[in-house]
Write a protein that binds this ligand. Structure first.
Ligand code: 2BA
Length: 110
């Protein structure tokens, strides 16, 4: 069994969640914040059988778009996670999705 941790742009999270649940995968959505841009994103936790991992990754990638984001932080953000070499107004490419696949020893529901 695997635990898939997928960080998805907030703009895509609703369609990603719908597509996963439509395929009968169980999903937990967490509201998270990227440490670099300090803007909200969504982290999905998905416990999955090994045989389903590629299918789940395909759904996430199909519904997550790469987009440009302008860094709207001010210099007041420095020291709160914002890298000093990317200035306010600079453009960075964000996502599609960042996906980690972890091995799970055990899953239980009580
Ligand atoms: P943020 O940390 O807010 O990063 C947003 C985007 O800013 C990143 O997009 C990347 O293009 C750029 N960026 C991040 N750190 C940078 C740095 N030190 N120098 C220059 N540019 C930088 P993505 O790579 O698509 O990441 C989107 C979000 O996924 C991240 O939001 C973070 O929440 C998460 N993420 C990405 N890689 C991660 C990792 N290795 N571990 C944990 N979370 C990660």
């Amino acid at each position: 069994m695997k635990l898939i941790v997928a960080i998805v742009n907030n703009d895509d999270s609703a369609v990603v969640a719908s597509a996963l649940t439509r395929e009968k995968f169980s999903v937990t959505k967490l509201s998270t914040t990227g440490g670099f841009l300090m803007v909200g994103n969504t982290t999905f936790l998905i416990g999955a059988e090994d045989k389903d991992v590629e299918h789940i990754k395909k759904i996430i990638s199909d519904f997550s778009q790469t987009r440009k984001r302008v860094n709207t932080n001010t210099t007041a953000s420095y020291g709160r996670g914002l890298a000093n070499d990317v200035l306010p107004g600079d453009e960075v490419t964000v996502g599609g999705a960042t996906v980690f696949v972890l091995s799970v020893d055990e899953m239980a529901k009580y």
